[in-house]
Design a protein around this ligand. Structure first.
Ligand SMILES: Nc1nc2c(ncn2[C@@H]2O[C@H](COP(=O)(O)OP(=O)(O)OP(=O)(O)O)[C@@H](O)[C@H]2O)c(=O)[nH]1
Ligand SMILES: [Mg+2]
Length: 443
């Protein structure tokens, strides 16, 4: 099957790139250009016409990549045309008329590249991360992983485990031959060393995942405190409805921001109060869930609703930043209890002290994003497999290797397998779906 898709972004643009991969690529080129494929990997100006009628669609650049020297390893072509919807649709329609061609699924080009051994799984993931990078930090991380930084490490650990495994299996295959004590001792030392290296990789405060997914900030607090006003200010546009009616926001509204290079996701949430309205009650539930799963909570209150009993009390912890909005209305009446927390006094309306709030947020970010060149984990998937690997190595250590060689080798095999899953060296069909579905079409 040959696949095709728009690889450049949607919407009107100067140029659009339509990518094709598969055995029919050559025929597509011949049919659309009425000529044989141009010199491989050379940009060639061509006229693209409708099939059968020969009516000109557009003029543009054609690139022909005969397999296996292509991104996917199959025959591939790129049509660079003018970026209007009509041109793109006409090219798509022309290609679709050729048998055995269909629109690509999200991430399918990269999936084929992986299946054809052109790239490993870590590289595939980092390509996806690079495509969706919104900040410099995210770009740097993606390119680091892409260039093989973590692949090398995981491969090295895996190869060392395989070596131990082969020693243990030799003992099973030739039980009458005694393994020298030296080797048995070394097996234990080396497996412990590997385990400790993995544990070190795991103790990274999840910085890699934080950079990839963005630092999660939730704005929570009582109804009408000015949460949506604050989100609008921070994102510099009107994303959320602001009104004097308490209970305006129901759904969680999320905005991705680049805060001095730090990737953050800010969520505005429903004001927390007892409500008879079922929809509002659902919104409050979502708000509390957001607060629970966030990295930082801006607890926004206003002077008159500064009551720290109930839910607010639960939110005051080390990831909570207490902020009193509407300070323009006077802060004299504020409770001593609240003053104790040294809140930030804000006025979104008069744009007062917002710089103090931003500075406080950045302080928190700095602590979390302690720059570490050792970060190798960027996804939960990597973490889980490494944890599983440690689990099996622990089991291995507990076994008396002299008497339980069979079971011990199974522990090692499982530990090795988990490292293999990270880089894609085992049967990974079941995890492929979840990885490549994150891509957009055309990648
Ligand atoms: N005086 C004053 N009014 C403000 C300030 N910030 C917001 N407001 C007003 O407070 C009202 C509520 O603002 P919102 O941003 O909708 O409040 P909210 O916390 O999102 O409210 P819910 O979504 O209902 O929970 C609006 O009328 C705002 O204009 C401020 O700093 N000072
Ligand atoms: Mg609101």
């Amino acid at each position: 099957m040959t696949i095709y898709a728009l690889s450049s972004g949607p919407g009107i643009s100067g140029l659009a790139v339509i990518r094709v991969s598969g055995p029919e690529t050559k025929r597509i080129i011949e049919n659309l250009t009425n000529s044989p494929p141009p010199k491989p990997r050379y940009a060639t100006l061509k006229k693209f016409s409708k099939i059968n009628t020969n009516e000109l669609i557009d003029e543009g650049i054609l690139l022909w990549f005969p397999g296996p020297q292509s991104y996917t390893g199959e025959d591939m072509a790129e049509f660079h045309v003018h970026g209007s919807r009509a041109v793109i649709e006409a090219i798509h329609a022309a290609i679709s008329k050729i048998g055995d061609c269909r629109l690509a699924e999200p991430g399918e080009f990269t999936k084929i590249a992986f299946q054809n051994g052109k790239i490993n799984l870590l590289k595939a993931e980092s390509i996806s991360d690079l495509i969706s990078a919104e900040t410099e930090m995210q770009r740097q991380q993606a390119i680091k992983i892409m260039s093989g930084k973590s692949l090398e490490k995981f491969n090295d650990l895996r190869n060392r485990l395989l070596k131990i495994l082969s020693n243990v299996e030799a003992k099973i295959d030739f039980p009458e031959e005694d393994l020298p004590d030296e080797i048995i001792k070394n097996i234990k030392i080396e497996s412990k060393k590997i385990k400790e290296e993995i544990q070190k990789i795991l103790s990274d405060n999840k910085v890699g995942e934080l950079i990839r997914e963005g630092f999660k900030i939730a704005i929570v607090g009582p109804a009408n405190a000015g949460k949506s006003s604050l989100l609008n200010f921070l994102s510099n546009r009107d994303v959320a409805i602001v009104s004097e009616i308490a209970g305006t926001t129901r759904d969680v509204i999320e905005v991705h921001l680049n805060l001095d290079g730090y990737p953050v996701t800010i969520s505005d949430t429903a004001g927390i109060r007892d409500s008879k309205d079922e929809i509002e009650r659902k919104g409050v539930k979502l708000a509390l869930k957001k607060a629970e799963n966030s990295d930082l909570n801006i607890i926004l209150i206003e002077p008159k609703s500064a009551d720290f009993t109930g839910f607010l009390n639960d939110l005051v912890n080390e990831k909570g930043l207490i902020v009193v909005n509407k300070s323009d209305l006077g802060i004299e009446k504020i409770d001593q209890e609240i003053k104790k927390y040294k809140p930030i006094y804000l006025s979104v309306k008069e744009e007062k002290n917002l710089d103090v709030l931003i500075k406080a947020i950045k302080e928190k970010l700095k602590k979390k994003f302690i720059k570490s060149d050792d970060v190798l984990i960027t996804r939960e998937r990597h973490r889980q497999n490494l944890e599983q690997c440690v689990f099996h190595l622990n089991n291995f250590e507990k076994k008396n290797s002299l008497e339980e060689f069979d079971k011990a080798s199974e522990d090692l095999r499982l530990a090795t397998r988990h490292l293999g899953v990270i880089v894609g060296k085992v049967d990974v069909e079941e995890i492929l779906g979840s990885i490549f579905n994150d891509f957009c079409i055309g990648k």
